[in-house]
Design a protein around this ligand. Structure first.
Ligand SMILES: [Zn+2]
Length: 164
């Protein structure tokens, strides 16, 4: 007989197998969108997630992926969305940020409480050579939550995950 806590740890293991469809190295747990996960009845699990931002197209894919991953284990998911408090990039785990950088995307530079970050003056570090001598090329990179930067030292362009 498994304890409730054991099964919840297993649920998190399952959730750890699901990645942000736009950033395969970032699991939804590392992205920080999973609020809670609990058994509500035999074979039924309630998963509460906070969307990264309203209308993010990746959220539908993530919701489907969660349902599929649990269905494989014979579990039905009741998905709940919690809007408040709003998700911020502060919720990305340290492991998630390290994975982002290793993947070539500069992780969010500041806590969102930092005024400079809100004004768009992030000190962005090049994921290739770690130089902070970087410049913004476009506020919108491959997706709305990223900006396109270029490193003035190694001259490589890279995506920066904007602080939200
Ligand atoms: Zn560089």
């Amino acid at each position: 007989m498994k304890t409730v806590q054991d099964s919840e740890l297993e649920y998190f293991d399952l959730l750890e197998t699901i990645s942000d469809p736009e950033i395969p190295v970032l699991t939804i747990v590392d992205l920080g969108i999973v609020r809670s996960c609990e058994t509500i009845s035999e074979g039924k699990v309630k998963v509460v997630i906070t969307p990264t931002y309203t209308g993010c197209p990746a959220m539908d894919t993530i919701a489907d992926d969660i349902k599929k991953a649990f269905a494989k284990e014979g579990l039905e998911v009741v998905l709940e969305t919690q809007i408040h408090p709003a998700w911020t990039t502060d919720w990305i785990t340290e492991k998630g940020k390290a994975n982002l950088e290793a993947y070539g995307i500069a992780p969010p530079a500041h806590k969102t409480s930092d005024k400079g970050a809100l004004m768009g003056r992030d000190e962005v570090r090049c994921p290739q050579c770690k130089s902070t001598n970087t410049e913004v090329i476009s506020q919108f990179g491959s997706t709305a939550c990223k900006a396109l930067y270029r490193c003035k030292d190694c001259l490589e362009p890279f995506d920066y995950f904007k602080c939200l």
